[in-house]
Design a protein around this ligand. Structure first.
Ligand code: GLU
Length: 502
């Protein structure tokens, strides 16, 4: 690669960060790491109407949570700042004007009313080659009329003049040769009446100024690509144009259409990386983080939405992705989002984490359930014992709560029908003589006593578990009993006998 690799994630701070956005960030990041490049965060905030307070900080938090922190960003500027487009405002107008003097753009003075009237008159109106000569712009007005309008500060925009009957080609690193007929492309606004550039102008000017070598972005930006290609050419920068890579869409679980936040609301899964609180309404939209996903699992799942390493391997740590990532293995086809699969990744990642890594989040979860942890060593033993049974972090509460508080309720339907006075006697005797020095010895003693009293040990194990846990789940019952200790186990047996026998 001749040019130094510089990539950018260029979100608009308009609200929560969709998992498709995080995947775009991730692929940019991975490509940068793989090629000793630089990963830039550029905040595209030129649309003041869509700007949402707090959205930029939120995006930064999401990237940090995922472990894909940018090398250059508004809070960590490099040599290409500022990193917010609103702060680069003075740099755009001259390029829009240069395009006008070179005949590639024009002033348009049409008012909102005039545009609305045209939209009524012409169905599916597009401001472009078919209509531009019916409008009020510097192509239809005389030079002196235009000068007067500009001198009197008449509100106006600058539009690109898309050429007629041309084919715009470019090579996409994922899709290969992509072409568009210019007849389908409208004369997009480049500079708005408030002097702010639109996304189209700003993205090209900034990619050039920031020496971006590769632009990874979602497939939804593909229709904008011809405008960008034309601008690169018209501004005389074609040789510096980044290489394009339009990432496949993330599809709804049924494969029909792009996954949206509404699908998440409808089907009960998160679409945002982290909880997003709408600053106006206070409404909270749940994120993967707060639903109990580990960032390791979230990132791994995202990487495999549209990429694989050519083998059947599915579990990748970020460091391994950094090493193995390649554009050649990104698929063209949309990737279906599957929440069950996302949970599978989380389960796999929980299983391989150390208790120390999981402990802070487990403590948070338990605290939320009113359980305050005082003994970290004890908690770590429990985490190791139950982590294989947890898919999402809140599962740790259900799976470990009984270690800290005796069950308040029992799965009586599973014990009562087979509960007898003889069984009650067995447990009374067992509780009196309980010895829990070691799980194997404890189990042997339990079975010996069961046989002596004429029971099959299997008939007694389930009631014993329900006495300690409350339900039919958890690790080995003697492991549980040992951790609870003889005194607590005895108390739980006695309490449960009373409930089961009533
Ligand atoms: N600001 C655009 C967005 O919100 C960036 C698209 C691009 O990467 O060119 O996704």
């Amino acid at each position: 690669m001749d040019k130094k690799v510089r990539v950018r994630f260029a979100p608009s701070p308009t609200g929560g960060l969709h998992l498709g956005g995080v995947r775009t960030a991730l692929f940019n990041y991975l490509f940068a790491k793989k090629n000793n490049g630089t990963f830039v965060l550029r905040v595209e905030d030129t649309d003041q109407n869509r700007f949402v307070e707090g959205a930029e900080e939120y995006i930064v938090d999401c990237l940090n949570w995922c472990g894909i922190t940018p090398d250059e960003s508004p809070s960590k500027p490099g040599n290409y700042g500022p990193y917010r487009q609103s702060e680069r405002k003075p740099s755009y107008r001259k390029f829009a004007e240069q395009l006008i003097s070179d005949g590639y753009a024009y002033y348009a003075f049409d008012t909102t009313e005039e545009l609305d009237a045209k939209r009524k008159e012409i169905p599916n109106f597009q401001y472009g080659q078919a209509t531009r000569l019916q409008m009020r712009n510097s192509l239809t007005l005389t030079v002196s009329e235009v000068e007067d309008l500009l001198a009197s500060k008449t509100p106006h925009v600058i539009r690109i003049k898309v050429p007629e009957n041309e084919i715009v080609h470019f090579n996409d690193l994922i899709r290969g040769d992509v072409s568009f007929e210019t007849a389908q492309v409208d004369d997009k606004v480049l500079l708005k009446a408030d002097g702010m550039p639109t996304y189209h102008l700003a993205v090209v000017v900034d990619d050039k100024a920031m020496e971006i070598s590769h632009a990874f972005r979602g497939e939804e930006w593909l229709p904008s690509a011809p405008i960008h290609i034309l601008l690169w050419k018209y501004l005389g920068w074609e040789s510096d144009m980044p290489q394009w890579a339009h990432l496949p869409l993330i599809l709804k679980p049924d494969g029909h259409g792009k996954l949206s936040k509404r699908d998440g609301d409808r089907l009960g899964f998160p679409v945002y990386a982290m909880n997003w609180t709408d600053p106006k309404t206070g409404d909270i939209t749940k994120g993967f983080n707060e639903m109990g996903f580990l960032p390791e699992a979230f990132v791994n799942m995202l990487a495999l939405l549209g990429w694989n390493d050519g083998t059947d391997q599915e579990l990748f740590a970020l460091a391994e992705l950094e090493e193995k990532f390649s554009i050649e293995r990104i698929s063209k086809a949309g990737a279906k989002f599957d929440f069950e699969k996302a949970k599978w990744y989380n389960h796999e990642w929980i299983k391989v984490q150390t208790a120390e890594r999981l402990s802070p989040s487990v403590k948070e979860e338990l605290k939320g359930a009113g359980i305050e942890i005082k003994d970290d060593v004890f908690l770590n033993i429990i985490i190791d014992l139950i982590k294989d049974r947890c898919t999402l972090m809140p599962d740790f509460v259900a799976q470990s709560g009984y270690f800290f508080t005796a069950p308040a309720e029992y799965d009586l339907a599973s014990v009562k029908p087979k509960w007898t006075a003889e069984k009650a006697d067995f447990f009374k005797v067992y509780a009196e003589n309980i010895n829990l020095t070691d799980a194997v010895i404890a189990e042997t003693a339990f079975k010996a006593l069961a046989e002596e009293k004429g029971f099959k040990p299997g008939e007694l194990m389930l009631p014993f578990r329900i006495m300690l846990v409350g339900g039919k789940f958890g690790p080995g019952v003697f492991d549980i009993a040992i951790l609870l200790g003889a005194e607590e186990t005895k108390m739980r047996i006695e309490k449960a006998i009373a409930v089961f026998s009533s």
